[in-house]
Design a protein around this ligand. Structure first.
Ligand SMILES: [Zn+2]
Length: 350
Protein backbone atom coordinates (compact mmCIF):
# COMPACT_ATOMS: atom_id res chain seq x y z
CA UNK A 1 0.00 0.00 0.00
CA UNK A 2 2.80 2.38 0.96
CA UNK A 3 4.51 1.65 -2.37
CA UNK A 4 1.33 2.44 -4.32
CA UNK A 5 0.85 5.64 -2.32
CA UNK A 6 4.43 6.74 -3.04
CA UNK A 7 3.97 5.98 -6.71
CA UNK A 8 0.72 7.98 -7.01
CA UNK A 9 2.12 10.81 -4.89
CA UNK A 10 5.23 11.09 -7.04
CA UNK A 11 3.22 11.02 -10.28
CA UNK A 12 1.00 13.77 -8.86
CA UNK A 13 4.09 15.92 -8.27
CA UNK A 14 5.16 15.66 -11.90
CA UNK A 15 7.61 12.92 -10.94
CA UNK A 16 9.79 11.63 -13.76
CA UNK A 17 10.61 7.93 -13.92
CA UNK A 18 14.16 7.07 -14.88
CA UNK A 19 14.85 5.62 -18.33
CA UNK A 20 17.65 3.20 -19.18
CA UNK A 21 19.37 6.09 -21.02
CA UNK A 22 19.19 8.26 -17.87
CA UNK A 23 20.74 5.53 -15.79
CA UNK A 24 23.43 4.77 -18.35
CA UNK A 25 24.42 8.47 -18.30
CA UNK A 26 24.47 8.75 -14.51
CA UNK A 27 27.79 8.29 -12.71
CA UNK A 28 27.61 4.95 -10.91
CA UNK A 29 29.35 3.15 -8.05
CA UNK A 30 29.62 -0.60 -7.63
CA UNK A 31 30.69 -2.19 -4.35
CA UNK A 32 29.86 -5.87 -4.94
CA UNK A 33 31.30 -7.42 -8.09
CA UNK A 34 33.32 -10.63 -8.42
CA UNK A 35 36.25 -10.57 -10.81
CA UNK A 36 36.00 -14.26 -11.74
CA UNK A 37 32.27 -13.93 -12.44
CA UNK A 38 32.76 -11.00 -14.79
CA UNK A 39 35.13 -12.24 -17.52
CA UNK A 40 34.71 -11.79 -21.28
CA UNK A 41 34.15 -15.12 -23.06
CA UNK A 42 36.47 -14.22 -25.94
CA UNK A 43 39.28 -13.36 -23.58
CA UNK A 44 38.87 -16.72 -21.84
CA UNK A 45 39.24 -18.49 -25.18
CA UNK A 46 42.31 -16.42 -26.06
CA UNK A 47 43.93 -17.04 -22.70
CA UNK A 48 43.18 -20.76 -22.90
CA UNK A 49 45.04 -20.89 -26.25
CA UNK A 50 48.09 -19.06 -25.01
CA UNK A 51 48.39 -20.87 -21.68
CA UNK A 52 48.44 -24.44 -20.51
CA UNK A 53 44.73 -24.46 -19.79
CA UNK A 54 42.89 -27.43 -21.17
CA UNK A 55 39.39 -26.54 -22.28
CA UNK A 56 37.57 -29.33 -24.12
CA UNK A 57 36.15 -28.65 -27.58
CA UNK A 58 32.68 -28.83 -26.08
CA UNK A 59 33.61 -26.20 -23.47
CA UNK A 60 35.06 -23.93 -26.16
CA UNK A 61 31.95 -24.32 -28.32
CA UNK A 62 29.59 -23.64 -25.41
CA UNK A 63 31.72 -21.07 -23.63
CA UNK A 64 29.09 -18.29 -23.64
CA UNK A 65 26.50 -20.54 -22.02
CA UNK A 66 28.87 -22.19 -19.58
CA UNK A 67 29.83 -18.79 -18.14
CA UNK A 68 26.21 -17.79 -17.46
CA UNK A 69 24.03 -19.16 -14.70
CA UNK A 70 20.44 -20.15 -15.57
CA UNK A 71 18.01 -17.22 -15.37
CA UNK A 72 15.71 -18.50 -12.64
CA UNK A 73 15.18 -20.78 -9.72
CA UNK A 74 18.49 -22.53 -9.37
CA UNK A 75 20.46 -22.59 -6.13
CA UNK A 76 23.55 -20.76 -4.91
CA UNK A 77 25.51 -24.00 -5.22
CA UNK A 78 24.56 -24.47 -8.89
CA UNK A 79 25.15 -20.74 -9.55
CA UNK A 80 28.71 -21.17 -8.30
CA UNK A 81 29.40 -23.85 -10.98
CA UNK A 82 29.72 -21.05 -13.54
CA UNK A 83 33.01 -20.05 -11.88
CA UNK A 84 34.78 -23.35 -12.75
CA UNK A 85 36.16 -22.30 -16.14
CA UNK A 86 37.19 -18.76 -15.08
CA UNK A 87 39.14 -20.16 -12.13
CA UNK A 88 40.91 -22.69 -14.37
CA UNK A 89 41.98 -19.94 -16.78
CA UNK A 90 43.09 -17.43 -14.14
CA UNK A 91 46.18 -19.25 -12.94
CA UNK A 92 48.95 -16.99 -14.23
CA UNK A 93 49.84 -13.34 -13.67
CA UNK A 94 49.23 -12.20 -17.23
CA UNK A 95 45.66 -13.50 -17.40
CA UNK A 96 44.76 -12.16 -13.93
CA UNK A 97 46.12 -8.74 -14.89
CA UNK A 98 44.27 -8.80 -18.22
CA UNK A 99 40.91 -9.89 -16.79
CA UNK A 100 41.07 -7.32 -13.99
CA UNK A 101 41.84 -4.58 -16.51
CA UNK A 102 38.93 -5.68 -18.69
CA UNK A 103 36.35 -5.67 -15.88
CA UNK A 104 37.35 -2.07 -15.04
CA UNK A 105 37.29 -1.21 -18.74
CA UNK A 106 33.78 -2.67 -19.15
CA UNK A 107 32.55 -0.86 -16.03
CA UNK A 108 34.02 2.47 -17.12
CA UNK A 109 32.20 2.17 -20.46
CA UNK A 110 28.86 2.31 -18.66
CA UNK A 111 29.98 5.27 -16.51
CA UNK A 112 30.89 3.38 -13.38
CA UNK A 113 33.20 5.82 -11.58
CA UNK A 114 34.31 3.59 -8.72
CA UNK A 115 34.40 -0.19 -8.50
CA UNK A 116 35.33 -2.37 -5.55
CA UNK A 117 36.23 -5.64 -7.26
CA UNK A 118 36.56 -8.85 -5.25
CA UNK A 119 38.24 -12.20 -5.81
CA UNK A 120 39.77 -15.05 -3.78
CA UNK A 121 43.58 -15.12 -4.18
CA UNK A 122 43.74 -18.66 -2.75
CA UNK A 123 41.82 -20.01 -5.79
CA UNK A 124 44.51 -18.85 -8.23
CA UNK A 125 47.48 -20.76 -6.84
CA UNK A 126 46.87 -24.10 -8.61
CA UNK A 127 49.71 -23.64 -11.14
CA UNK A 128 52.47 -22.27 -8.96
CA UNK A 129 51.55 -18.66 -8.17
CA UNK A 130 51.58 -17.62 -4.53
CA UNK A 131 48.83 -15.37 -3.13
CA UNK A 132 51.07 -12.29 -3.18
CA UNK A 133 51.70 -12.72 -6.91
CA UNK A 134 47.97 -13.12 -7.54
CA UNK A 135 47.15 -9.92 -5.62
CA UNK A 136 49.95 -7.98 -7.36
CA UNK A 137 48.69 -9.04 -10.79
CA UNK A 138 45.15 -7.89 -9.98
CA UNK A 139 46.40 -4.56 -8.61
CA UNK A 140 48.46 -4.05 -11.75
CA UNK A 141 45.44 -4.70 -14.00
CA UNK A 142 43.29 -2.35 -11.95
CA UNK A 143 45.91 0.42 -12.00
CA UNK A 144 46.39 0.11 -15.77
CA UNK A 145 42.64 0.67 -16.18
CA UNK A 146 42.31 3.52 -13.69
CA UNK A 147 45.18 5.33 -15.45
CA UNK A 148 43.47 4.94 -18.83
CA UNK A 149 39.81 5.52 -17.91
CA UNK A 150 37.78 7.84 -15.67
CA UNK A 151 37.28 5.21 -12.98
CA UNK A 152 38.74 4.59 -9.53
CA UNK A 153 38.95 1.27 -7.76
CA UNK A 154 39.96 -0.90 -4.86
CA UNK A 155 40.19 -4.64 -4.37
CA UNK A 156 38.45 -6.82 -1.79
CA UNK A 157 40.11 -10.15 -0.97
CA UNK A 158 37.63 -13.00 -0.58
CA UNK A 159 38.29 -15.78 1.88
CA UNK A 160 36.27 -18.88 1.05
CA UNK A 161 33.73 -20.18 3.56
CA UNK A 162 34.28 -23.75 2.31
CA UNK A 163 38.05 -23.59 2.86
CA UNK A 164 39.91 -23.56 6.17
CA UNK A 165 40.46 -20.59 8.45
CA UNK A 166 44.20 -21.21 7.99
CA UNK A 167 43.89 -20.42 4.26
CA UNK A 168 41.83 -17.32 5.11
CA UNK A 169 44.59 -16.14 7.45
CA UNK A 170 47.17 -16.73 4.71
CA UNK A 171 45.15 -14.43 2.40
CA UNK A 172 44.90 -11.80 5.14
CA UNK A 173 48.66 -11.98 5.87
CA UNK A 174 49.67 -11.75 2.20
CA UNK A 175 47.19 -8.97 1.43
CA UNK A 176 48.47 -6.88 4.32
CA UNK A 177 51.45 -5.71 2.22
CA UNK A 178 49.02 -4.04 -0.19
CA UNK A 179 46.56 -2.64 2.34
CA UNK A 180 45.51 0.87 1.28
CA UNK A 181 47.66 0.45 -1.84
CA UNK A 182 45.02 -1.29 -3.95
CA UNK A 183 43.53 -3.59 -1.30
CA UNK A 184 41.00 -2.28 1.22
CA UNK A 185 38.93 -5.13 2.59
CA UNK A 186 38.28 -8.82 3.09
CA UNK A 187 35.12 -10.81 2.45
CA UNK A 188 33.78 -14.29 3.16
CA UNK A 189 32.28 -15.83 0.01
CA UNK A 190 31.11 -19.20 -1.30
CA UNK A 191 28.29 -21.55 -0.25
CA UNK A 192 26.40 -20.25 2.81
CA UNK A 193 25.92 -22.66 5.70
CA UNK A 194 24.21 -21.90 8.98
CA UNK A 195 26.66 -20.64 11.58
CA UNK A 196 29.64 -20.21 9.23
CA UNK A 197 30.88 -17.18 11.20
CA UNK A 198 32.17 -19.21 14.16
CA UNK A 199 34.84 -20.76 11.91
CA UNK A 200 36.36 -17.39 10.98
CA UNK A 201 36.42 -15.39 14.22
CA UNK A 202 40.23 -15.44 14.53
CA UNK A 203 40.78 -14.63 10.85
CA UNK A 204 38.44 -11.65 10.79
CA UNK A 205 39.68 -10.34 14.11
CA UNK A 206 43.22 -10.40 12.68
CA UNK A 207 41.99 -8.62 9.53
CA UNK A 208 40.37 -5.87 11.64
CA UNK A 209 43.57 -5.53 13.69
CA UNK A 210 45.61 -5.03 10.51
CA UNK A 211 43.21 -2.32 9.31
CA UNK A 212 41.14 -4.14 6.70
CA UNK A 213 37.49 -3.23 6.26
CA UNK A 214 35.18 -6.24 6.36
CA UNK A 215 32.21 -7.16 4.20
CA UNK A 216 30.56 -10.57 4.52
CA UNK A 217 28.21 -12.50 2.24
CA UNK A 218 25.45 -13.27 4.75
CA UNK A 219 21.73 -13.93 4.73
CA UNK A 220 21.91 -14.46 0.98
CA UNK A 221 20.19 -17.85 0.91
CA UNK A 222 20.42 -18.94 4.57
CA UNK A 223 19.30 -16.98 7.65
CA UNK A 224 19.16 -13.55 9.25
CA UNK A 225 21.05 -15.16 12.13
CA UNK A 226 24.09 -15.36 9.81
CA UNK A 227 23.82 -11.58 9.33
CA UNK A 228 23.68 -11.06 13.09
CA UNK A 229 26.71 -13.34 13.57
CA UNK A 230 28.65 -11.51 10.85
CA UNK A 231 28.14 -8.24 12.68
CA UNK A 232 28.58 -9.45 16.25
CA UNK A 233 31.29 -12.10 15.78
CA UNK A 234 33.14 -10.80 12.72
CA UNK A 235 32.58 -7.03 13.06
CA UNK A 236 31.33 -6.67 9.48
CA UNK A 237 31.23 -3.11 8.11
CA UNK A 238 28.91 -4.08 5.26
CA UNK A 239 26.77 -7.10 4.37
CA UNK A 240 26.74 -8.79 0.96
CA UNK A 241 23.12 -9.43 -0.09
CA UNK A 242 21.43 -9.58 3.33
CA UNK A 243 18.22 -10.80 1.69
CA UNK A 244 17.11 -12.73 4.80
CA UNK A 245 17.47 -9.76 7.16
CA UNK A 246 13.70 -9.77 7.71
CA UNK A 247 13.85 -13.02 9.68
CA UNK A 248 16.04 -11.69 12.52
CA UNK A 249 14.74 -8.70 14.43
CA UNK A 250 17.98 -8.06 16.31
CA UNK A 251 20.02 -8.05 13.09
CA UNK A 252 17.44 -5.74 11.50
CA UNK A 253 17.65 -3.23 14.35
CA UNK A 254 21.45 -3.20 14.31
CA UNK A 255 21.61 -2.76 10.53
CA UNK A 256 19.11 0.10 10.73
CA UNK A 257 20.57 1.85 13.78
CA UNK A 258 24.20 1.59 12.70
CA UNK A 259 23.38 2.40 9.07
CA UNK A 260 25.25 -0.72 7.88
CA UNK A 261 25.03 -0.98 4.11
CA UNK A 262 23.42 -3.95 2.38
CA UNK A 263 24.99 -4.73 -1.01
CA UNK A 264 21.89 -5.78 -2.98
CA UNK A 265 22.23 -7.79 -6.22
CA UNK A 266 18.72 -8.21 -7.73
CA UNK A 267 19.34 -10.47 -10.75
CA UNK A 268 21.74 -12.75 -8.87
CA UNK A 269 19.16 -13.17 -6.08
CA UNK A 270 16.67 -14.59 -8.59
CA UNK A 271 19.26 -16.94 -10.09
CA UNK A 272 20.29 -18.35 -6.72
CA UNK A 273 16.66 -18.68 -5.69
CA UNK A 274 17.30 -16.33 -2.76
CA UNK A 275 14.01 -14.72 -3.80
CA UNK A 276 11.32 -16.21 -6.02
CA UNK A 277 10.56 -13.01 -7.98
CA UNK A 278 11.75 -9.43 -8.19
CA UNK A 279 8.34 -8.22 -7.01
CA UNK A 280 8.67 -10.22 -3.81
CA UNK A 281 12.26 -9.05 -3.16
CA UNK A 282 12.50 -7.72 0.42
CA UNK A 283 14.67 -4.85 -0.87
CA UNK A 284 11.38 -3.00 -1.50
CA UNK A 285 10.48 -2.95 2.19
CA UNK A 286 14.11 -2.35 3.24
CA UNK A 287 14.24 0.67 0.94
CA UNK A 288 10.91 2.02 2.15
CA UNK A 289 12.13 1.63 5.73
CA UNK A 290 15.21 3.70 4.76
CA UNK A 291 17.82 1.01 5.30
CA UNK A 292 21.20 1.88 3.79
CA UNK A 293 21.56 -0.11 0.56
CA UNK A 294 23.22 -0.04 -2.83
CA UNK A 295 22.64 -1.92 -6.07
CA UNK A 296 25.22 -4.23 -7.66
CA UNK A 297 25.74 -6.82 -10.40
CA UNK A 298 27.38 -9.49 -8.19
CA UNK A 299 28.75 -10.98 -11.45
CA UNK A 300 28.61 -9.28 -14.82
CA UNK A 301 29.07 -12.46 -16.88
CA UNK A 302 27.57 -15.16 -14.65
CA UNK A 303 24.46 -13.03 -14.11
CA UNK A 304 24.64 -11.68 -17.71
CA UNK A 305 24.06 -8.11 -16.57
CA UNK A 306 25.52 -4.63 -16.16
CA UNK A 307 25.23 -2.09 -13.37
CA UNK A 308 23.01 0.00 -15.66
CA UNK A 309 20.62 -2.93 -16.04
CA UNK A 310 20.57 -3.62 -12.30
CA UNK A 311 19.73 0.02 -11.58
CA UNK A 312 16.98 -0.07 -14.24
CA UNK A 313 15.47 -3.03 -12.38
CA UNK A 314 15.92 -1.32 -9.01
CA UNK A 315 14.57 2.04 -10.12
CA UNK A 316 11.32 0.40 -11.28
CA UNK A 317 11.05 -1.81 -8.23
CA UNK A 318 11.80 1.02 -5.79
CA UNK A 319 10.06 3.74 -7.81
CA UNK A 320 13.19 5.87 -7.90
CA UNK A 321 13.50 9.29 -9.52
CA UNK A 322 16.67 11.29 -10.05
CA UNK A 323 16.77 12.69 -6.50
CA UNK A 324 16.34 9.18 -5.10
CA UNK A 325 19.14 7.95 -7.36
CA UNK A 326 21.46 10.76 -6.25
CA UNK A 327 20.72 9.99 -2.61
CA UNK A 328 21.55 6.32 -3.08
CA UNK A 329 24.70 7.31 -5.00
CA UNK A 330 25.96 9.53 -2.19
CA UNK A 331 25.08 6.91 0.46
CA UNK A 332 27.04 4.36 -1.58
CA UNK A 333 30.05 6.66 -1.78
CA UNK A 334 29.92 7.19 1.99
CA UNK A 335 29.71 3.42 2.69
CA UNK A 336 32.45 2.57 0.21
CA UNK A 337 35.93 1.66 1.44
CA UNK A 338 37.54 4.42 -0.63
CA UNK A 339 39.75 7.02 1.05
CA UNK A 340 38.47 10.53 1.64
CA UNK A 341 40.04 12.06 -1.46
CA UNK A 342 38.36 9.47 -3.71
CA UNK A 343 35.07 9.96 -1.87
CA UNK A 344 35.25 13.71 -2.48
CA UNK A 345 36.08 13.08 -6.16
CA UNK A 346 33.04 10.79 -6.43
CA UNK A 347 30.67 13.15 -4.64
CA UNK A 348 31.61 15.93 -7.06
CA UNK A 349 30.26 13.77 -9.92
CA UNK A 350 26.64 14.50 -8.98
ZN1 LIG B 1 28.79 -12.00 -4.22
Amino acid sequence: MKLIYNFVFKLGCGYKMLSKENIYDFPKIELHCHLDGSLRANSILEESHTNDVKLTDREKYNIENLLKAPKVNESLVSYLKSFDIPIRVMQNKKSIERFTFEVYEDASKENVKYLELRFAPSLHTKMGLNQSEVIEAAISGMKNATKKYDIEGNLILCCMKNLSEKIAIETIERGRDYLNHGVVAVDLAGPEEEGFSTKFINAMSLAKKYGYKITIHAGEVASGQNILDSIKMLDADRIGHGVRLYDNIEAYEIIKNRNIMLEVCPTSNIQTNAVSSLQSHPVVSYYNDKLNLCINTDNRTVSDTTLTEEYVIASKLLNMGKDDYNKMYSNTVKSSFADNSVKEFLLRKI
